[in-house]
Design a protein around this ligand. Structure first.
Ligand code: OGA
Ligand code: NI
Length: 278
């Protein structure tokens, strides 16, 4: 089951979404020096900068980002939380608390839909960390020569993606072809990540996707990642291995995350290496 769905009527108040959107546009419109106050530090994933830079001779993605761990609240590293615009911290806080249950509800529905006890998935993600990656894609006159974000799968369980302005750019790969996703205004695009594919023994498939850029307009998006327990070892859950055939290797969640953030993005290949031979 490979899924990409858009959630509307999700219950996050319009105002919370509008505030986050406004503050993101405002934050990214600042001069570089102001944003650099929140720059990523070595060996730390959080902060402002460019994602997935691992060597000098790699072709870079046409994007900046601000990545923050938003939950649990006591794990927040406020050094990286911008204090301009003045309401930004509050906007992020409100958005992350309003979205807390959405992912957890979805996981339970998904388990139910395939005849698995909802608690099995819920217990992996409930109360665990969530990260918010805010992406800024500048316009590029040669938009067809660059990618905003190279093909990849997301590492966590679920991702909820909010498109911040009305410029489209998300594409998903299905059977080797790229399809554009027309993000509905205010919708949350739901994306299955690698952790969920492994936990579900392949019942749910992590979606390969990328972002393209626009020739004359900037594009902004915010991806909220639901992570499992940080010291978890990930392997297919017994509830999903009813016929006894385990299809994935075991990996510690930390290793999975490190591989994701420290290697060049490479479509579904990272995940393919996790598959046991048929
Ligand atoms: C991501 C992502 C797509 C987009 O942040 O993981 O896939 O449209 N973003 O910005
Ligand atoms: Ni992604």
């Amino acid at each position: 089951m490979q899924q990409k769905l858009q959630l509307i009527n999700h219950g996050v108040p319009d105002e919370v979404i509008a505030n986050l959107k406004n503050d993101l546009v405002e934050f990214f419109s600042q001069p570089l020096d102001a944003k650099k106050e929140y720059s990523q530090l070595p060996n730390n994933l959080e902060g402002y900068g460019q994602a997935f830079v691992v060597s000098d001779n790699q072709k870079l993605d046409w994007a900046d980002m601000l990545y923050l761990q938003v939950c649990p609240t006591d794990s927040r590293d406020l050094r990286f939380w911008p204090n301009y615009p003045a309401s930004f911290r509050h906007s992020i806080d409100a958005y992350s608390s309003e979205t807390e249950n959405i992912g957890l509800c979805l996981l339970q529905f998904m388990a139910k839909a395939v005849g698995v006890e909802p608690k099995s998935l819920l217990s992996v993600f409930e109360g665990q960390a969530r990260g918010l990656r805010m992406n800024y894609y500048p316009p590029c006159l040669k938009a067809d020569k660059v990618l905003g974000l190279s093909p990849h799968t997301d590492p966590g369980g679920l991702t909820l993606l909010l498109q911040v302005n009305d410029v489209q750019g998300l594409q998903i790969n299905k059977d080797g072809k790229w399809f554009s996703v027309n993000a509905l205004n205010g919708a949350l695009i739901v994306n299955i990540g690698d952790t969920l594919e492994i936990l579900s023994n392949g019942k749910f498939r992590s979606v390969e996707h990328r972002a393209v850029v626009h020739p004359s307009r900037e594009r902004i998006s915010a991806a909220l990642f639901y992570y499992p327990c940080q010291d978890m070892v990930i392997s297919p859950l017994p509830d999903f291995v009813k016929d006894g055939k385990v299809k994935y290797k075991t990996i510690s969640y930390q290793d999975l995350l490190t591989e994701y953030f420290t290697a060049e993005l490479d479509g579904r290949n990272r995940l393919k290496k996790m598959k046991l031979e048929p």
